[in-house]
Write a protein that binds this ligand. Structure first.
Ligand SMILES: Cc1ncc(COP(=O)(O)O)c(C=O)c1O
Ligand SMILES: Nc1ccccc1C(=O)C[C@H](N)C(=O)O
Length: 397
């Protein structure tokens, strides 16, 4: 059983703050600052360019990829880090479309994160081959998988409501219909057990700055199933995905397996912080995380529903149908969230009217949940959202 009291001690959390936004940006692992400093001073400073070999910088996207692979049920050697999640979505989608040249439909849902849909739109334009992005309601995805569909592009956990897709079932249906699947695990990796091998997923992508706590701008990851690894064509054919980058050949030849999904120079400083964050995950069992995250979410819903009748649950009530976040609908949700943040409880707001709260058992415990509900009740019962100071919208919400 994971000892969550000891994992909590491994994070820096500002005094008095209850942090329920690790689903957007995870908090700072205490060990990260020294790790980054070591990388800067001892490695960059002393080793200079020899650090690529001597400190293992060049191999790190695959080394850390493997550590993430364990958390998402991937085979060793089939996950690599780099770039941003939007870029990884583009790469996976381009490769999948190339593998189904006779089909024209990309199937997604209206709960998907906009960047995934925007990347699909951009790729369709660049290809100029008449592909269609078909966006249906989340509950209609399974029924919309027809033999026109080349690939499904879905985020397993809805960023707004936390609604969870049945990855195994949708993957099975898609493959029965001859389609490929891309799973965006942004809100899944580190939030709940993921079994890419068991589901037979074709491609998966995700970020490392949310539940994995890699820090702002931490690199994304991509998984390609071994059966596709030697035929998936890299659309972003950068030199570090080349079979022999340091041969400096004139023409591109894709690298072995997942290596071809690398593009350019890895973010060496950012990987140092991520490495420290992944150390925390070493002893953690995702089934413990899931059980505790459900317990925390259930407790929060119960406390809030008793204390705050103006808030309406916008997440699935059945905990097995949602990820690790809970959202409530409220007309003045933006201002109410700002007022709550002023009370030391950090969640976030998603337009048009959702107050969103993430539960990460590594550093959130039952006392935090009860206290967060108490402070939320204070905001709601005293109508603190009415203060104009809380209504001015910031650039990043
Ligand atoms: C589901 C999902 N996909 C894609 C993104 C975009 O990721 P990035 O900004 O790293 O490209 C995010 C979050 O920003 C997300 O939540
Ligand atoms: N990368 C960010 C940078 C700035 C502000 C938010 C983000 C997020 O990741 C938002 C997240 N994807 C969400 O589910 O809302």
């Amino acid at each position: 059983m994971t000892d969550f009291a000891s994992t909590k001690a491994l994070f820096h959390l500002p005094e008095g703050v209850i942090y329920l936004d690790g689903n957007s940006l995870g908090p700072l692992p205490r060990a990260a600052a020294a790790r980054v400093q070591h990388r800067v001073q001892e490695e960059w400073g002393e080793l200079l360019i020899t650090g690529w070999n001597k400190a293992g910088w060049m191999a790190e996207p695959g080394v850390l990829g493997n550590r993430i692979g364990r958390l998402i049920g991937a085979e060793p050697g089939h996950v690599v880090l780099g770039d941003t999640l939007s870029i990884k979505v583009y790469q996976a989608l381009a490769a999948a479309l190339e593998m189904r040249p006779e089909r024209r439909v990309i199937l997604s849902d209206s709960g998907n994160f906009p960047s995934d849909l925007y990347m699909a739109e951009g790729l369709i334009k660049a290809l100029g081959r008449g592909h269609e992005l078909r966006v249906v309601a989340p509950q209609e995805v399974a029924g919309a998988i027809t033999d026109e569909v080349a690939v499904t592009l879905l985020t397993e956990v809805d960023y707004r409501t936390g609604r969870l897709h049945d990855m195994a079932e949708i993957t099975r249906r898609a493959q029965d219909a001859g389609a490929l699947t891309i799973w965006d695990l942004a809100h899944s990796a580190g939030a709940l057990p993921v079994d890419l091998v068991g589901c037979g997923a074709d491609f998966a992508v995700g970020c490392t700055y949310k539940y994995l706590n890699g820090g702002p701008g931490a690199p994304a990851f991509i998984y390609v199933a071994p059966r596709h690894a030697t035929c998936a064509a890299p659309a972003l054919s950068g030199w570090l995905g080349h079979a022999a980058p340091f041969a400096f050949e004139a023409a591109y030849r894709p690298g072995e397996g997942i290596e071809r999904m690398r593009v350019g120079t890895p973010p060496v400083l950012a990987m140092a912080a991520l490495e420290a964050a992944l150390d925390i995950w070493e002893g953690v069992d995702l089934t413990d995380i899931r059980a505790q995250s459900i317990a925390l979410g259930e407790m929060f819903i119960a406390e809030v529903e008793v204390r705050c009748p103006m808030l309406t649950l916008a997440s699935p009530r059945d905990p097995s149908a949602r990820g690790s976040q809970v959202s409530f609908q409220f007309e003045h949700g933006y201002a109410a969230m700002q007022a709550l943040i002023a009370q030391g409880v950090i969640g976030d707001f998603r337009a048009p009217d959702l107050m969103r709260f993430g539960f990460a058992p590594l550093y959130i415990d039952t006392e935090d949940v009860k206290e967060a509900a108490r402070r939320l009740a204070h905001v709601m019962q005293n109508r603190l959202w009415g203060d104009p100071v809380y209504q001015a919208r910031a650039t990043v919400t």
